[in-house]
Design a protein around this ligand. Sequence first.
Ligand SMILES: Cc1ncc(COP(=O)(O)O)c(C=O)c1O
Length: 357
Amino acid sequence: MLSPCEAVRTLPPYHTPQGGRDGLRLDFNENTVGCSPCVLARLRQISPEQLARYPEREPVEKAVAEFLGVRPTEALLTNGVDEAIHLLCETYLESGDEALIVVPTYSMFRIYAAATGAQVIEVPTEKDFRFPTDDLLSRITPRTRLIAIANPNNPTGTVASQEELLRIARSAPSAAVLIDEAYFEFCGLSMLDYLREIPNLFVTRTFSKVYGLAGLRIGVLLGNSDQIRSVRHVCSPYNVNAVALACLPDALADQSYITQYVREVCEGRERLQDTLESNGIPFWPSQANFVLARFGSSEFIQKMRQRGILVRDRSSDHGCEGCVRITLGPRLHTDRLLAALQETLQELGIAQGVSRP
Ligand SMILES: Cc1ncc(COP(=O)(O)O)c(C=O)c1O
């Protein structure tokens, strides 16, 4: 009987968004209102010829590189950041290698690394999900070939400083050090400036979050030109579809849309955190478009769903017992969220205060 290879047999499943997500979707860190109208206008102009041809990644790759201030040889467009993580694992990991990740974190790091047969070593965050720099440094060995870090981290929203990340990258020159900046726009902290100085450093950015293009699947892997050339060897020449490639330049051009969205999310994040604080709900100050909070009751998620708000149960993540992750959107969505939150806390008998208007 055919059976998958051993590394794959033991992989945990990733839980994707399920059908029946009726309501305000604050459960997968998506943009809650969608992309710029300029992207929708472009979509309406897609021609049959564009769909008939194999997609040409190169011109858009060039435009994205220019936008990010890197050379085209330092950028590879990917089918979402997920594919970038997958490609890095394929390029650098094999059985017997070690991959270091900090937990809790984004699940796909572990899944793609483990699928190569490499040993995944989980380094727990410190108290309050602080980045475990010293612990991580102490786990680097000659067999360490990948270190994957989400910054800001998902699901905690916490960040590691540039100094901490530089120490790690410089201490593991034989490892690909990935800094996944999927939530960059909500915090502004980046390692992009260090790509040329540190040849084993990689940065990813996604267009799934603030740009509202999760359904088109497009992201970018950035790194030293020589390393990116190696990654291209394992990448499909047509990994990014023609519709995503047609739309991305329009999405990038409308930066006022992005700035406005980020502003409203950051204001909402403050309002949510203030509300949690005044109600005595433990939470971790976030630098991303979501907040992790400990409600301690699985009923909370159900009650919010009954009020039309979907939030994500993170209680099975390392150190996240009783925790829920709530995505922020623009002002109107924050208003709906806070109204439902206040009612739910009252119903469950855990409300202590009133939310800021
Ligand atoms: C840290 C992190 N990286 C990557 C992704 C996925 O990005 P993409 O949609 O570009 O594959 C997510 C999505 O939740 C994420 O949280």
